[in-house]
Ligand binder design. Structure first.
Ligand code: HEM
Length: 88
């Protein structure tokens, strides 16, 4: 950690939508889950459903109890910009 959190736009988030370049936003924070991909207990395809998006609702509908903040502590990219309406 350290430094000023970087702001990520929805379009930038959307461009990181591949297994080998995977960002996901949950409750306003953007994480790079590329390295977590192979370790996700629900599998790659499940995790990919939320990649490149604000996956807050999806995440909460599947496993709201999972402590992603701790698991992805080292994977924070920045915060998601609030802005024009998104497809959440
Ligand atoms: C388990 C889906 C994101 C962590 C699961 C399972 C599914 C799933 C279906 C159940 C697997 C099973 O029991 O066989 C998804 C979807 C995601 C997502 C659709 C997209 C938003 C994440 C993220 C994390 C995460 C971002 C953490 C950084 C976990 C953990 C489990 C799990 C720890 C095991 C939970 C338990 O057994 O209580 N996921 N996941 N998932 N996922 Fe995700």
């Amino acid at each position: 950690v350290g430094g000023v959190p970087r702001v990520v736009t929805l379009s930038e988030l959307a461009s990181h939508n591949k297994k080998n370049d995977a960002w996901i936003a949950i409750r306003g924070i953007v994480f790079n889950v590329t390295r977590y991909m192979d370790f996700h207990p629900g599998g790659i395809d499940e995790l990919m459903r939320g990649v490149g998006k604000d996956a807050t609702k999806l995440f909460e509908s599947v496993h709201a109890w999972v402590n992603y903040q701790s698991i992805l502590q080292k994977c924070v990219v920045g915060r998601l910009s609030r802005g024009s309406a998104s497809g959440t």
